[in-house]
Design a protein around this ligand. Structure first.
Ligand SMILES: O=C(O)C(=O)C[C@]1(C(=O)O)C=C[C@@H](O)C=C1
Length: 387
């Protein structure tokens, strides 16, 4: 037995490198699968294959007395499969939409280090593009930058697992000519960020964006006599706190962003809900075509005939009749039309599918107004159930 820590660490490093090499090999095989499915048109996701694979791996580990928990094995391989599905999606989408840009200009809210900036970085990395950052002061400016052709894409938060829908973005979607071309789920991990290691009790003022304050309300309530300063974004808050450099102030933001401004983490994981995820949408001037093999979502904007009893129910029954799953229903007031409402419906459907087109035609009978805001690959890969 060898108990020399340095030597053990060297062995761990070697094992980790071997794991990386194997992961990269598997990643390459996912591309081969994508090429095969490009020809056969087979669906990217095969739930039965995934379940079989996961069960076999757990059994294999058990037979070989690897002493690894079934849940551990399942979680790791679910993450690997997620990468495989997203890799295949990117391959098919890039080919279908003939994306050739070397770099992509993405407009986002806030400065460097904002969650929107970090999500934009993720999106560019996923599509293997160089990101050119276009920082904006408001959500409407994000739309304007894309509309004006200054940015190829705009990235906007649409909903959060803790604070719900972001109404301002929904309202802006009512008036845009842009199309939704993608989505991205980004885990939000809020921290208290300060200039130097001080005590939490010394802090009397917190700077952040209203959404962040709302998402951390339980933690904030535990603080005595705290004053809140609302900022345009969490990155504005981080920059301000860094420049003011006072011991009694802190920003609520993310650790990576704080690092960019030289701030230190005083406390992590302060959000009300542990599983705090924001779903971002990506908008562009032109709609995209989504490969039929990909799990696709479509966002619709609709008003129903209020004079007709049960018109919304009738509209929704169209989806049931055509076996289309609805993933979200949101309503927002229509500006200038008291008590009238605009409905946002998100469905698991590709508008190029003829049966979906028939369903949408039928839907028109129950709506005064119907607009397709966009059809895009779902980038949220739900893990299969293996229980
Ligand atoms: O085997 C396939 O069809 C794949 O696409 C590969 C893979 C995997 O990575 O193992 C990924 C997605 C499918 O749902 C099943 C398995």
């Amino acid at each position: 037995m060898n108990f020399d820590l340095n030597e053990i660490r060297q062995q761990i490093t070697q094992v980790d490198r071997s794991l990386l090499k194997l992961l990269s090999e598997r990643h390459r095989l996912a591309l081969d699968v994508a090429r095969s499915k490009e020809i056969t048109q087979k669906s990217l996701r095969d739930v039965e294959r995934e379940q079989q694979l996961l069960r076999e791996l757990v059994q294999f580990a058990e037979n070989h007395h690897y002493q690894l928990e079934a849940q551990y094995i399942t979680q790791i391989f679910q993450r690997i499969i997620e990468d495989s599905v997203l890799t295949q999606q990117v391959y098919l989408q890039k080919k279908l939409n003939q994306q050739r840009e070397q770099n992509i200009h993405i407009a986002f809210l806030g400065k460097r280090g904002s969650y929107s900036h970090l999500a934009a970085r993720n999106y560019a990395t996923r599509y293997q593009e160089e990101l050119v950052e276009i920082s904006c002061d408001s959500f409407s400016q994000v739309f304007e930058q894309v509309q004006a052709g200054e940015a190829d894409y705009g990235i906007l938060p649409l909903e959060n697992t803790t604070s719900g829908s972001i109404n301002e973005v929904y309202d802006l979607l009512q008036h845009t000519e842009l199309s939704l071309v993608g989505e991205l789920a980004y885990p939000i991990k809020h921290c208290v960020l300060v200039n130097s290691q001080q005590n939490l009790t010394e802090i009397d003022t917190l700077y952040s964006h209203p959404q962040v304050i709302q998402q951390c309300s339980n933690f904030i309530r535990t603080l005595d006599r705290i004053h809140i300063e609302y900022c345009e974004s969490s990155s504005h808050a981080m920059q301000l706190v860094a420049s003011l450099n006072k011991p009694n102030i802190a920003a609520l933001g993310n650790a990576d962003g704080g690092n960019l401004y030289g701030l230190q983490v005083l406390k992590t994981d302060i959000a009300n809900q542990q599983n705090n995820i924001t779903r971002f949408i990506i908008v562009a001037k032109q709609p995209i075509v989504v490969a039929p093999q990909i799990h696709t979502k479509t966002l619709l904007l609709m008003t129903t005939n209020k004079q007709q009893v049960g018109s919304l129910v009738d509209a929704l029954l169209v989806f049931k009749k055509h076996n289309i799953n609805m993933t979200k229903l949101e309503s927002r007031p229509i500006y200038g039309q008291t008590w009238d409402e605009m409905f946002y419906l998100e469905i698991d459907a590709n508008i190029n599918n003829p049966s979906v087109q028939i369903a949408l035609e039928e839907l028109r009978q129950y709506s005064n107004y119907l607009k397709i805001l966009g059809c895009y690959p779902s980038e949220i890969v739900k893990p299969v159930d293996v229980t």
